[in-house]
Design a protein around this ligand. Structure first.
Ligand code: T4K
Length: 413
């Protein structure tokens, strides 16, 4: 176990509804178990790097750690350019701007708000497209019908690290002369048809937020094989400065700091371990959850690389007897902070719900997923026993859903 990781303080398995915390029992975990607990890696190496950058008094502005981080990420992905920035949202904004997107851009609603906010922030109309029921990613069959003379591009999201249907989306983009940007915030270390995510479309955007498989505290990158685009991106992230005192274009301050890059370099040295731990937890969840009626673990491709960072459950109330939201209440009471990613769907959030009140009508799959999907904890702070305990609670809640129903409805009153 990596240094500093605490063994969870846990109750023995529960077998009766009366033992559930929602029914007045002790919570299963004394401390909250979170989705998105950061991976840290070798703290000693991190401290050495922080001492080194402090000694050199070089804290930001394309320092040597940022440059080294960009080279190492580029090598890992096999892509020509990695432009590291301060977070994934700014990465999206400068990518959208550097690609010259305007007018309308087709985007899923079933994603984190940042994907859509980046467009609206830049005065572009997001046109919401439904996702595929099996992959939860942009459904190419729905994209073409949304293209208008104002459409300039598509943003597709490799949700949960599962690559989109890159071939079909690329064919559509080519046929209609549209730019294709992938939001790969979840997909560092994942592949599509054997090639690493980061090599597709005009560019791809990564997030290195604390909650991602590889983190730089806050951070992100735009990655591309297009030399001219990379040049524009580098200018934009640094206020358009070409040389010491020559500004040649509009830009913003999107730079990654040295301490962030130090964290990223340290994490990269342990990334295979992080992914192996996630994979073990995923397999364990799959084993423990198998056969629970109405509970489906989103599958991970057997043939592609995945980072296994998101453990996603689809709760079908008709078969489980308990809704996703009630299951979340049961889990939260046990101090298992499962998350409703991505509820309620961007089209149902302000300002989009007021701007596009009819959007839901063409997003049946998005609306279903937003009501039925939840994410469970994983990562290096979790143990196999924790996974078994979490699955035990899910099993108990489903197998005794009838007995739980009056308790849950009393609790809401
Ligand atoms: N595109 C997509 C598809 C994305 O999912 C995201 C970000 C982006 C773009 C934008 O990238 P960034 O600009 O963020 O780089 C979290 C993350 O903040 C966000 O990065 C991520 N997606 C999203 C899926 O999850 P929240 O609102 O859920 O954050 P929060 O504060 O509730 O944290 C999540 C869980 O992580 C909590 O249960 C606690 C735990 N946590 C969090 C932090 C920050 C920790 O244990 N330690 C920590 O330091 O958005």
């Amino acid at each position: 176990m990596p240094t500093g990781v605490n063994q969870s303080d846990r109750m023995t398995p529960k077998t009766r509804v009366a033992e559930l915390a929602v029914a007045g029992g002790e919570p299963m975990f004394r401390q909250t178990i979170h989705v998105g607990r950061p991976n840290i890696g070798d703290r000693q190496r991190l401290r050495e790097r922080i001492d080194d950058l402090l000694d050199r008094r070089w804290l930001t502005n394309n320092g040597q750690y940022v440059q080294e981080f960009e080279r190492r990420v580029a090598r890992r992905i096999g892509v020509r350019h990695v432009v590291a920035v301060c977070n994934g949202t700014v990465a999206l904004e400068i990518a959208v701007r550097a690609l010259g997107l305007t007018g309308e851009v087709i985007v899923p609603s079933f994603t984190f708000a940042a994907t859509v906010h980046a467009l609206h922030w830049l005065g572009i109309t997001p046109v919401f497209c439904d996702v595929h029921p099996r992959t939860h990613t942009l459904d190419p069959r729905r994209v073409e019908e949304l293209i208008t003379p104002r459409t300039t591009g598509l943003i597709a999201v490799h949700l949960w690290g599962r690559a989109c249907d890159v071939d079909d989306l690329s064919a559509i983009a080519n046929r209609h002369h549209l730019k294709l940007l992938f939001d790969a915030a979840h997909a560092f270390g994942c592949s599509y048809q054997g090639r690493m995510v980061g090599n597709f479309g005009n560019a791809e955007v990564l997030s290195f937020h604390a909650t991602k498989v590889l983190n730089t505290f806050e951070g992100g990158a735009v990655v591309t094989n297009d030399d001219d685009l990379a040049d524009r991106l580098r200018l934009m992230r640094n206020m358009g400065f070409r040389t010491l005192d020559e500004v040649v274009s509009v830009g913003t301050n999107g730079k990654m700091s040295e301490v962030s890059a130090a964290m990223g370099l340290t994490g990269l040295e342990s990334i295979d371990e992080f992914i192996a731990v996630n994979r073990r937890h995923y397999e364990h969840y799959r084993h423990e959850l198998a056969g629970i009626p109405g509970i489906t673990l989103a599958p991970v491709s057997e043939t592609e690389r995945s980072n296994f960072q998101y453990v996603v459950l689809d709760v079908d109330e008709a078969h489980s007897g308990i809704s996703r939201d009630d299951l979340i209440r049961v889990l939260h009471a046990e101090n298992i902070k499962a998350r409703r990613y991505f509820f309620p769907g961007c089209h149902r959030m302000p300002p989009y719900r007021d701007l596009y009140p009819e959007a839901g009508a063409s997003l049946p799959e998005t609306e279903r997923l937003a009501e039925s999907v939840l994410c469970l904890p994983t990562g290096e702070t979790l143990t196999a026993e924790d996974v078994a305990a979490i699955c035990g609670i899910v099993r108990l809640a489903v197998s005794h859903s009838g007995e739980l129903r009056p308790i849950l409805s009393r609790a809401t009153r």
